[in-house]
Design a protein around this ligand. Structure first.
Ligand SMILES: Cc1cc2nc3c(=O)[nH]c(=O)nc-3n(C[C@H](O)[C@H](O)[C@H](O)COP(=O)(O)O)c2cc1C
Ligand code: SF4
Length: 483
């Protein structure tokens, strides 16, 4: 059924420890690699977050920022007081732009080297563990001083606190071993310390993996109990990610190990080959465990939730309280506003090809492949309601090429320029699926996912900067030769 914002849960306000969200859409943390190695907020960082703010998600979580000064690639920092003025300016700008509340995600990570070596939590002395706890407390205090509405503690993926939670935690003291209680000890002490520093009136969220997605890693049986602990200690939301571990990462010679290169990386940032909403079951199980113990802490489900229909059904069925949408908001930051205003058909859809992830891996500035070639941010949605049009005689052709369907079409026309083309495919001529998109400069596309022997039809839809879509061009029919 088509989604309408009125009467939906997605656009109902939600209150977290006094912080009123105007809708239930969360922008989860996404590092941008836009800061310099110095870790200060700069113009590019500010522009990126103001563009998200214009879309009006309920809560924006600003990308992971280091609680300590250890070397890494470009990464924001909250490790010293001199970072506070820049962070304050960022928050003020976001608040001045729209109604979104804004949290900062804070992270501690261990050392890695280009040789593939990495420091492990087993290497940490007791003093170093105490320092980690203090780093988190001090950084959370700075986040509050900078005016953020909340702080989120990064306990997910391959980083320090996640490694304590992990079943791969090989410490033999009270901070490790096979017991979940011991694995929870350092993350719990961090949460307690942060609470002491920020006070009882300040929202503190946790983000961690619902499933490690590695051999012998933990799944929802453990992560449900972790949520019970965090909620019991007063965490204000439980944001659930998945995977992103060093254990199955692939080492490229001479490069630092990137924890999203293995299967667990796929589960963290699932590409087009995975089904929509694949990680929702984790939020479902964790939320059920909380509610069974009378704990009302909200859960945030994330992972290829791209349509308002899916988001709403997750909320309606009680599988999550808030919906995290990361890459789709990178592709089109105006998603929440467009959907609320009944303009979901002007959303520029993410194609989940993970070009943004590949840029992150190489410490390059994170951008979306759908944006115009040299743009550092999504284009500002112009006040334009006129869609692109096809010139007289426009056509789309399809031919077989090396086991793929090769499509070519006549360029569309638009006053402000064509921003991109959506490739739609159908087997029955009625149910049209968006298989991929091409940038406005491209007028051809090769579909590698067509099965020989099946009859397909293709249509092309052009869209402009505001997301206005043309009438479909086509259809054109083709059947690839089978075996
Ligand atoms: C480029 C990039 C950077 C990311 N950085 C972070 C981060 O700093 N902290 C975090 O918890 N998750 C990070 N993530 C994971 C996202 O928050 C999100 O969980 C993931 O992309 C799946 O959601 P999606 O399918 O809606 O994109 C990042 C993802 C991407 C693509
Ligand atoms: S680069 Fe690809 S996966 Fe990343 S936001 Fe853009 S379309 Fe989505």
């Amino acid at each position: 059924m088509a989604f309408t914002a009125e009467g939906s849960l997605l656009f109902q306000p939600y209150k977290i420890r006094g912080m009123q969200l105007q809708n239930r859409i969360v922008l989860p943390a996404m590092v941008t690699r836009l800061s310099g190695d110095d870790g200060f907020v700069n113009q590019a960082i500010s522009d990126r977050y103001l563009s998200f703010a214009r879309g009006e998600p309920g809560l924006m979580v600003v990308e992971a920022m280091g609680v300590h000064d250890a070397k890494s690639g470009p990464l924001l920092r909250a490790s010293r007081d001199d970072f506070v003025p820049g962070l304050r300016e960022l928050v003020n700008g976001i608040h001045a732009t729209g109604p979104s509340k804004v949290a900062a995600q804070i992270i501690h990570f261990l050392k890695i080297s280009r040789s593939g070596w990495r420091q492990k939590i087993q290497d940490l002395s007791r003093d170093e563990i105490t320092a980690v706890i203090e780093f988190y407390g001090a950084a959370a205090g700075r986040i509050r001083d900078a005016g953020f509405d909340a702080v989120e503690l990064h306990m997910a993926h391959a980083y320090t606190l996640s490694s304590f939670l992990s079943r791969m935690n090989n410490r033999h003291d009270e901070f490790g071993g096979r017991s979940i209680e011991n694995r929870l000890r350092v993350p719990s002490l961090v949460l307690k310390r942060v609470r002491e520093v920020v006070g009882d009136d300040y929202p503190v969220g946790i983000r961690y993996d619902g499933e490690e997605a590695i051999k012998d890693g933990y799944s929802v049986a453990d992560s449900s109990m972790m949520a019970v602990r965090f909620a019991g200690l007063g965490a204000d939301w439980i944001s659930i990610s998945a995977g992103g571990k060093f254990e199955d990462a692939i080492h490229h010679k001479g490069e630092p190990l990137y924890p999203y290169t293995g299967y667990s990386g796929d589960r963290c940032m699932p590409s087009s080959g995975y089904p929509d909403g694949l990680n929702v079951y984790m939020s479902d199980a964790i939320r059920a465990a909380l509610r069974a113990r009378g704990l009302e802490t909200p859960t945030v489900a994330t992972g290829k939730i791209r349509t308002p229909e899916l988001a709403e059904s997750v909320l309606q069925s009680g599988r999550a309280d808030l919906i995290g949408i990361a890459r789709q908001l990178l592709a089109d930051p105006m998603w929440p506003k467009k959907v609320r205003e009944g303009r979901a058909d002007t959303v520029v859809p993410c194609v989940y090809n993970n070009v943004c992830k590949a840029l992150d891996e190489r410490f390059h500035r994170v951008r979306c492949t759908l944006w115009r070639k040299h743009d550092l941010h999504a284009p500002d949605a112009p006040d334009d309601t006129t869609p692109p049009a096809w010139p007289e005689g426009a056509a789309v052709t399809a031919s077989p090429k090396d086991g793929r369907v090769h499509l070519e079409w006549t360029p569309a026309e638009d006053d402000g320029g064509v921003y991109g083309y959506m490739v739609l495919r159908s087997e029955d001529g009625t149910d049209w699926k968006h298989v991929d998109s091409a940038r406005g400069v491209a007028h051809r596309f090769e579909d590698p996912s067509a099965l020989g022997g099946l009859a397909y039809s293709y249509r092309i839809v052009a869209y402009d900067m505001a997301g206005n879509r043309s009438q479909p061009l086509g259809p054109v029919a083709i059947t690839l030769p089978g075996v």
